[in-house]
Structure formats: C-alpha cells, structure tokens
Design a protein around this ligand. Structure first.
Ligand code: ADP
Length: 310
C-alpha cells in the first residue's frame, strides 16, 4: 500500500459490557471488544475513513442495540451477520479495592460464527485497503472457521490488501498455550503488519527481548512488526530495519483498558503514508496517552494528534 487506507475492515467480537456505577448493584451497559475498540478509535481519529466491522450478532433486542451503537459510531455494519437463536457475548467488570476483574459469558456468542460463509468473508474483504484481526478473533472460532478466515485473509492479501494482526494472547480462550501459540503463528503467516505486546509474548513464546519478538514474526512473513511494551520504548522492525521509539511518559494512568487497541488504531490509521515510522509511533502513543488517562475501553478523544500532513 503506497497511500493511506480509505477503507479498513476490522474482524472480531464486540461484547456487551456491564461496568459498575457508584451504587452497589448498579451497572451501565456499554459495548466493547478488542478489534471493535480499534475500529472505534480509527473512526475517532479520521471520521472520513470508511471503517467496517465483520462479526456476527443475534436477532434479539441487545443485538439490535449493539448494531445501533456501531452505526452511531460511524462503523459500517453491512458485514455484521445476524444469527437467529444466538445473542452477543457479555462481560461484567467487578471492582475490589480499586482492582478490576472480569467475568465473561461468551462461549455461545453469535460472533463465534463470524466465519461460517467463505463468500461473505470474501465480499467483506473485497475493496478493503487494510484488514485488521487479532488473536482473540482466531480464538473464538472453530478450527474449520479459523482456516476459512485465514484462507480469505491470504486471498485478500494476494489482491493487494494490507493485513494487520494483533496476537492479543489470551490463553484462557484456547485449549492450551501450545494450541494458542500455533494458531497465532499461523495468523502471522497471512499478515503484513504484526502488533504484539512484549509482556505477553515473553510469557508464552519465551522471547528474551522485544527484538526477538520482532524477529520471530518477521521470520513468519510479516514485513513490519511493532512491539508494544507498556511505558517502555516501542520496538519496530520495518523493511528490515530495527528501531526503538521512546513513548512520552503519561503522568496519570487511570485505566489501561484498550491501551493496545487504541495504539493499533493510531499506527494503522495512516499506514502507507510517507510519514516516518518513529513519528507514526509517537502519534499513536499520544492517542493512547489520552485513552489510559480516562476510564473505560472507549474514551472520546478530545484532541487528535493527527493532521493531514501526508
Ligand atoms: P497492551 O494493552 O496490548 O498490553 P501495552 O500495555 O504494551 O499494550 O501498551 C500499548 C501502548 O500504550 C504502549 O506502547 C504505550 O504507548 C501505551 N502505554 C501503556 N501503558 C503505559 C504507561 N504506563 N505509560 C505510558 N504509556 C503507556
């Protein structure tokens, strides 16, 4: 891709979120999920960008609300399939002494059926300049559906789309870490850009340092690897060149939910523009600084560090 993307397709699961309010037993209903969060931030960053979501939801009232939420955020829902008899997944946040924990109900969510129809996958991907998916997208699928999705991604790449992948390692969604690691590396083989987080990669792949993470994904076929590492420098391998990009300190970190998801949006929104990689990473970190300075997965950005400078 030699110009910034005009149409981006994000693939995965959006869930209903129950977030606690001040009074015990009171919760607010929201909608979030890793690849969906990235879609939401992409639209925040560049409202003119066409962003579609590929997923599946049910035919019930909460599925209707989710579809409306997506559309209201400017995210295209033409590729969000309806599965009668199923509903959306849900998670609830619990707070105990300031620590957050999560309970999930997603085992039978409609999104698990997002890759049942190969023709629908091809239709959604055709005309997308960039297609984004994650390790969670792969984790929720059956083996056959995962193969269908990877096949469609490979075909889209062959037709010129840039494929971007965040491994987002979640061992609890897999039968074991061996199955997870094998599937993640398969995901990398169809990807141009891989956006891992070092802490997780070190834990499950045993990488000694971020450079080792970048080399491993490059060996699998990625042209660019952007290794996030919390407040530590981002390690980038791009066109064969390694570099470290320092991220500005964030004075008050309130909630790191969506740090990686929003960072990915900041990196991908102008992928292919002539902007130097270091500059792009710094801008992505500035986006994420706003996100982790606020509460929740979807934090409205009050200023965007992007400008039309390509
Ligand atoms: P993930 O949410 O995928 O685990 P990271 O925690 O590695 O991702 O963070 C992604 C990005 O968020 C980092 O590259 C950095 O820009 C920013 N970030 C995360 N935590 C901090 C922090 N404590 N201070 C400053 N920036 C942070």
């Amino acid at each position: 891709m030699t110009a910034p993307p005009r149409r981006i397709l994000c693939i995965g699961e959006c869930m209903a979120e129950l977030a606690p309010l001040d009074a015990p037993g009171d919760y607010r209903l929201g909608f979030a999920g890793d690849s969906f969060n990235t879609a939401w931030y992409l639209r925040q960053l560049r409202p003119g960008l066409e962003v579609d979501y590929l997923s599946a939801i049910g035919g019930d009232a909460i599925s209707d609300r989710m579809a409306r939420f997506m559309a209201d955020a400017g995210i295209g829902t033409a590729h969000v399939a309806r599965v009668p008899g199923r509903s959306v997944g849900m998670y609830m946040i619990s707070l105990s002494a300031g620590e957050r924990s999560f309970s999930y109900w997603r085992d039978t969510s409609a999104a698990r059926l997002l890759a049942e129809d190969p023709a629908a996958l091809d239709r959604a991907m055709s005309g997308a300049d960039l297609v984004y998916f994650s390790g969670i997208t792969l984790a929720i699928l059956s083996e056959a559906a995962r193969d269908r999705l990877l096949h469609a991604l490979r075909a889209a790449r062959g037709q010129g789309a840039t494929i971007a992948f965040d491994p987002n390692l979640r061992p609890r969604l897999w039968r074991g870490s061996a199955e997870m690691c094998a599937a993640i590396m398969q995901g990398a083989t169809v990807s141009d850009v891989v956006l891992p987080s070092f802490e997780d990669e070190a834990a499950y792949f045993g990488d000694a340092d971020p450079r080792a993470t970048a080399d491993r994904y490059a060996a699998a076929g990625a042209r660019s690897v952007v290794v996030k590492n919390g407040p530590d420098p981002v390690h980038v391998l791009h066109d064969g060149r390694h570099q470290e990009v320092v991220v500005a300190p964030v004075p008050r970190v309130v909630d790191t939910t969506s740090a990686g998801d929003s960072f990915n949006a900041g990196v991908l929104v102008d992928w292919g523009s002539p902007l130097p990689m270091a500059k792009r990473i710094e801008r992505a970190a500035a986006v994420t600084a706003q996100v982790i300075g606020g509460k929740g997965a979807l934090v409205p950005l009050d200023k965007t560090p992007l400008s039309n400078d390509w």
